[in-house]
Structure formats: C-alpha cells, structure tokens
Design a binder for this molecule. Structure first.
Ligand code: ADQ
Length: 469
C-alpha cells in the first residue's frame, strides 16, 4: 500500500531543517543542510509535517506565532525550548555523552544534569506531538536525540485514546553490547525505543547489535529474525539503506554556471591529481587521521608531491562543544603539504563541482552511521569514473566494499597504500568499480529509503502483536 495521500505523516527530529532569523521586526526561515535533510529531501511525493526545535529561543507568545507562521511554508512546526534546556539536551547529553558512545569513543563522563535535560526535552516533544496527532497517523522519529520519545509519546497517545504507528530511524551506528553497557542509562533508552512499531538501522551490524542488547539487557524475546517481543508488544526491526537523490546532482552538473565552474577548477588543477574530502568537523570523520595518512602517502611517494592535491572541505559543526573546538585547533596544516583546507560550508553548486573534478574521494571516518558524501561523490562522477577510498568503519563500506578501496583509518600505512592503489588503478578496473557504485547509488536513493520505511510502518497501523514483520 502506498502511503501517499492516504495517511498523515508526522516527521520528528531534534532540529527543524530550517534556519530562523529575525528580520525587520519579523521572522524569516530558510532550509538548512545536513545528513538527515539530504536523506529526507528524496521524499518528494510524500507530504509531511515536520516537528522539531527551530534553533532559536523565542519567549514572547506573539513572536512564537510569527515564527510558527514563517515555518508553515516549509510544513514545519516548531517545538519551542528555552536556550539553557536546549543546550543541555543537545550539547550536554546528546553530543557529549550519547554521540561518543554510539561511535565507540571511550572516556565519556556521565552527568545527571544533562540526562535530566534530555528527558525533559523528550517529554516536551511528546506533549506537543501527542496533542497534534490524530488516530491513524504515521509518526516517524529521527535519531539519537529522541530515543525516549517513542515511549513517552505512546503513553500520552494511549491516554488520549489515539492509535498511531510510531517509527524510529537511527542515523548513527548502534554499538556492540559491551560498549553500550558503559552508559548508566543504557536500559532507559532502549526501553524508550522499544515502544516503537518499527525501528530502522543503516546496516545489519547495527541492527544485530541492537537486537542482542535488547535481549541481554532487558530480556526481550528476539528468537524470530527482525522481531522483538517486549512488554506484550511486537517491535519490527529492519535495515533500511539511506541514500541521496542522485538526480539532483546530475541536474546541477548541467547548469551553465556549474559547467563554467568545473572548467575553471580543471584549468586551475591542470596536470594534477585531485583528491576531495567533504566532512563535518567531527572526531568521527577522522580528519586528523586523514591529514596524517595523506602526509604519509607523500612521504612514501615524494615524486608525487607536486602532482597530487587534497581539497578538504571541513564544515563547521557543534561549535559550542569543547571537544569540537579542540579538534579545530588540532587540525593545523603542516607547511608545504599540498592541501587546500576549507573550514566552511560551501554552496551546493560548488560542492557538486568539487566532487566532479576530483579523481578520487578520501573518506576516513573512524565510525560513521552511513556517510552520504560517498554517495554524492559517485553521483558526480559519470564522466571521470573516480575512485572512492573509503574507511572500513563507515556504514557505507558494508555496501560499497567491492566498488571502492577500503582501509583502516588509524593505519596510516594502509591509508597511504590505499591512496596509491586508487590513483594507479588500471582503467578497466576503475570502470568496473565505478559501475558497481553507480548501480548501488541509483538503486538505493533517499526516496527508495523513505518509501520502504513508510510502507512497513503503514502496515503496522493498528497492529499490536499479531502479524509478522
Ligand atoms: P552526517 O554526519 O552529517 O550525517 P553525512 O552522511 O556525510 O554525515 O552527510 C552530510 C551531508 O551534509 C551530505 O549530504 C553533505 O553534502 C552535506 N554537506 C556536507 N558538507 C557540506 C557543505 N559544506 N555544504 C553543504 N552541504 C554539506 C549523519 C550520520 C551519517 C549518516 C547521515 C544520514 O553521521 O553517518 O549517513 O546522518 O543518515
């Protein structure tokens, strides 16, 4: 059954995909970028209303109305939070405690204050969404900031006599059980998630880690594949391959100003081999490792020093978190390295042009839920058939291993060898690898991802514990 026009869909994420600005006494909003926005932008044919925090504090009731109105054109509904609470929830718990645990980073210190803020924000989301929802709606919750929301929301909906199907998609890895156990609130978060009807992960590994954790920590029944029985409810678990909208890149590359920009860049880097990297400035993207690995590659092949350039776009991210500020200081460029380091966000056209002129793309994530940059690079390489040099710890590597050249990001010798291999692939092998990647990226689009998830969720409306997943 198609979900288009049949059921109202409510999408929930911590941040609305918009930036709201105060302009001339009023408010203006515009769409912002990021992994989730990229993923959901493919749901063109499905109408949905998006709930989340608008990113600014708005105290006055009249102002709140103005903000709500300015967001209506983007089908967005604001959940207002005061700045301190939003900060503690987002930076304090979500990004300083939960995000590192989900990405296998050790040395995380748990604090009760941020945890209470996390709970409170999840409660405020639950209050507003329960009031806005009607029976029969599909509610699709996104990501680690809102793991308690399915449980809180379900109890409120039940109190109001409403029955909705609740889906949850995790965009990060879910770590192995032993790692997850390090978190003192490990049970509460899993218990909250298990009030969903359907939970989606990016890879089989994350899915299996979650299933094992539910069984070991909560004694949930997990004997039947892709199903968890818990508290007399059936929860369906699945792998859903998130992707991009490759057509958007193909179209952009045809725009006259992009064609012109590509020519200029090709002229500038004539006779050079260009490697591109695009990452949010985040520890998990392995930028420190990337610079070391690239340096090591140049040491191993001094004859290539003037022939290869790495263009690295590092998009500023989470700048209120201490660990992220420190990362920026760590990333100073060694003198004489043929590296163009752009610490800023670049416009979409420029991004597409950079992808298009690069002979290879180097992604060095120490862990990464999926990594959509790898998909975007492939979408822009129809002409050049460039090579993807991909960390084996990016979720994307579990699907793109054959089509790319994989390596361990902390092993600089392996990285250096992978770069060298990529730049010296024979043309037939290069084409063969690219064809595989192209087929994958065009098959698993964001629109395919959304439709598949929503069809499964749709099938769960009103279904308590009777059907198979
Ligand atoms: P991210 O960690 O943000 O996403 P990624 O999947 O690579 O990582 O997506 C980043 C997105 O932001 C890409 O679409 C990229 O084009 C865009 N972007 C990056 N730099 C940009 C720039 N300078 N200007 C404009 N846009 C830029 C999280 C998880 C990932 C997971 C996604 C989706 O960490 O593992 O793949 O969600 O689930």
């Amino acid at each position: 059954m198609s979900v288009d026009e049949q059921r109202r869909l409510i999408v929930v994420s911590n941040r609305l995909p918009v930036s709201v600005k105060r302009v001339d006494g009023g408010y203006q909003s515009s769409i912002s970028s990021g992994g989730l926005v990229t993923a959901l932008s493919g749901l063109k044919s499905t109408k949905f209303q998006w709930f989340g925090w608008p990113g600014i504090e708005v105290k006055d009731t009249a102002d709140r109305e103005q903000v709500s109105q300015s967001l209506e054109e983007h089908s967005a509904c604001p959940i207002f939070l005061n700045s301190d609470l939003a900060h503690e929830h987002y930076n304090g718990f979500s990004n300083r405690i939960l995000w590192p645990i989900l990405h296998y980073q050790s040395g995380v210190t748990f604090d009760d204050g941020p945890w209470q803020a996390y709970r409170r924000v999840n409660e405020l989301f639950a209050d507003q969404i329960a009031n806005a929802a009607d029976s029969g709606n599909l509610i699709w919750i996104h990501d680690y900031h809102l793991m308690l929301l399915p449980g809180l929301l379900r109890s409120r909906l039940e109190q109001q006599g409403k029955s909705c199907a609740i889906g949850f998609s995790l965009h990060t890895p879910f770590p192995a059980g032993d790692f997850w156990r390090a978190l003192p609130v490990r049970k509460q978060l899993i218990d909250g998630l298990l009030a969903s009807d359907l939970i989606g992960f990016h890879t089989d590994e994350y899915k299996q880690n979650f299933i094992d954790t539910c069984s070991n920590l909560l004694g949930a029944h997990t004997e039947i594949p892709n199903q968890i029985q818990y508290k007399n409810r059936l929860v369906c678990i699945g792998k859903f391959i998130v992707g991009i909208d490759p057509q958007k890149f193909t179209d952009t590359l045809k725009a006259p100003e992009v064609v012109e920009r590509i020519k200029t860049l090709e002229e500038r880097y004539k006779g050079m081999t260009v490697i591109v990297g695009v990452d949010r400035l985040d520890h998990i993207k392995g930028l420190t490792q990337k610079l070391k690995g690239f340096d090591s590659f140049l040491d191993d092949h001094p004859e290539l020093r003037n022939k290869v350039v790495l263009i690295q776009v590092a998009v500023p991210s989470r700048e209120d978190v201490k660990e992220y500020q420190e990362l920026e200081t760590e990333l100073t460029t060694p003198d004489g390295t043929p590296l163009l380091y752009m610490h800023r966000s670049v416009p979409f056209n420029e991004l597409a042009a950079l992808y298009a002129i690069a002979d290879a793309c180097l992604l060095t994530s120490t862990r990464d839920g999926m990594n959509l940059v790898s998909f975007e690079y492939v979408a822009c390489q129809e002409k050049r058939n460039g090579v993807l040099i991909l960390s084996e710890f990016a979720g994307a590597a579990s699907f793109m291993r054959e089509g790319s050249i994989c390596f361990h990001p902390a092993n600089k010798t392996e990285m250096s060898e992978a770069i060298f291999k990529a730049l010296n692939l024979d043309p037939a092998e290069r084409k063969r690898k690219f064809e595989q990647l192209r087929e994958f990226v065009h098959k698993y689009t964001s629109s395919q991802w959304g439709q598949t998830f929503l069809e499964k969720l749709n099938a769960r409306v009103g279904d308590k514990a009777t059907r198979n997943c």
